[in-house]
Design a protein around this ligand. Structure first.
Ligand code: FAD
Ligand code: NAP
Length: 335
């Protein structure tokens, strides 16, 4: 048995049968062709292992960044095992703008397309040109961004193509006409700054995130445990009548995003603890491992949150993270 504690940011003490490190396309092809049960992970910052996994865990390790340009765009290629934040930092340090709102998101470039990572009004989708993958038969395929059906914390990689492809590298396209994205209220004050640069936004986002989010090095967590629900206009009106201070964000097609963190907080769940798992005091959307949590503590707490929110708001919030049992992916309901 091999221990996975250092490979999942919840810092859970779980095992698998074997760990393999994948450094090249050839490694990925061989991994895809193995008949044993297997899971591929990057930084382990968006997953919950609920018990020991009866199979092989592959870990992406191929690193590298290449940058080319033409008159209007920078074309960036990053290998799957490159840390996402290192890519953003590398671009910002070269004065290339466009990715800075996604600073300090943990994990790898290979995982970025899976849930279409997003923060502060920017999503991976807005930057993606292509995604290189290896399919189950070991064939290399270049997928266009438009093939991937990117949506709010989702893509075909999480739905239609689930577990079909390993992402080996990603391609981004960044316009040379940089436009700062400052619509999220914590960034509004930057609008006043003359000669704003990507680096200034990058630094501000790092500051905001360091103040608000737990660092997995010290407090195990996987970021937002749940997605923000997006509800219909009718449901939104009912809720808003009941809770007139409820924050909301209008979405396309007459839908409304309600911050799940606000709902959890409104249920007085901040700080609620089960065993070693706790609803984070500074951001209710995050569940933290206080140091001695076992997977069942996190599962019980997540179920308690889901049930309490549903009873109060009549909305079932869904996990954002991917959850694994002994034989592969499972849902919270199945546990
Ligand atoms: P992992 O957790 O290793 O894997 C996640 C899933 O992707 C797994 O199902 C895995 O099988 C699959 N996968 C991983 N790599 C590959 C690959 N190369 N090919 C195919 N499948 C693959 N997310 C956001 O969107 N926005 C945020 O602002 C954000 N903030 C966070 C803050 C904190 C403190 C933490 C802990 C997490 C945060 N996250 C955020 C969640 C997480 O960082 C991202 O989802 C990230 O992209 C996960 O990368 P990873 O390499 O750790 O993926
Ligand atoms: P926040 O500012 O407290 O806002 C709470 C929620 O409201 C966010 O989830 C965000 O949705 C939404 N929101 C705020 N301003 C918005 C606007 N102008 N337009 C549309 N939606 C808006 O959030 P936070 O916890 O500090 O996080 C800041 C950013 O980092 C968010 O974008 C969040 O997604 C991201 N983040 C993600 C994770 C993760 O694991 N997925 C973890 C930490 C932070 P969105 O989430 O849709 O942006």
């Amino acid at each position: 048995m091999k221990n996975l504690k250092q490979f999942n940011t919840f810092n859970l003490d779980v095992n698998c049968q074997e760990i393999v490190f994948l450094n090249s396309d050839e490694d990925y092809i061989n991994f895809q062709k193995t008949s044993s049960p297997k899971i591929l992970i990057g930084g382990g910052s968006d997953i919950l292992f609920t018990c020991d996994y009866h199979g092989i865990v592959g870990i992406t390790q191929n690193k590298g960044i290449e940058i080319a340009e033409d008159d209007s765009v920078y074309k960036v290629k990053a290998e799957a095992g490159t840390k996402w934040h290192e890519l953003v930092e590398n671009l910002v340090n070269r004065g290339i703008g466009g990715a800075e709102n996604l600073a300090l998101i943990p994990g790898t470039c290979g995982a970025a397309p899976i849930q279409n990572i997003g923060a502060y009004g920017l999503e991976f989708d807005n930057l993606c040109d292509y995604v290189n993958v290896v399919d189950k038969n070991g064939n290399k395929i270049k997928l266009k961004a438009s093939d991937c059906n990117f949506g709010y914390r989702t893509s075909n990689f999480k739905t239609l193509w689930i577990d079909n492809y390993i992402i080996t590298s990603i391609g981004l396209k960044l316009s040379k006409k940089w436009v700062p994205l400052l619509d999220y209220s914590p960034l509004n004050n930057l609008k006043k700054i003359p000669n704003l640069t990507p680096k200034l936004i990058f630094d501000e986002i790092i500051k905001l995130r360091m103040n608000k989010l737990p660092d997995p090095k010290y407090l195990g967590n996987a970021g937002s445990f749940f997605k923000n629900p997006v509800v219909s206009y009718e449901q939104f009106c009912k809720l808003r009548t009941q809770y007139n201070d409820m924050p909301y964000y209008e979405q396309p097609h007459n839908q409304f995003k309600i911050p799940a963190g606000w709902m959890i907080d409104r249920c007085n769940l901040k700080g609620v603890t089960i065993g070693g798992a706790q609803v984070y005091e500074h951001q209710a959307l995050v569940i933290v491992n206080k140091g001695n949590a076992i997977p069942s503590d996190i599962i019980k707490l997540a179920k308690h949150i889901t049930k309490t929110v549903e009873q109060k708001f009549n909305i079932r919030i869904e996990p954002e993270i991917r959850i694994y049992g002994s034989n592969g992916e499972v849902t919270l309901e199945q546990l």
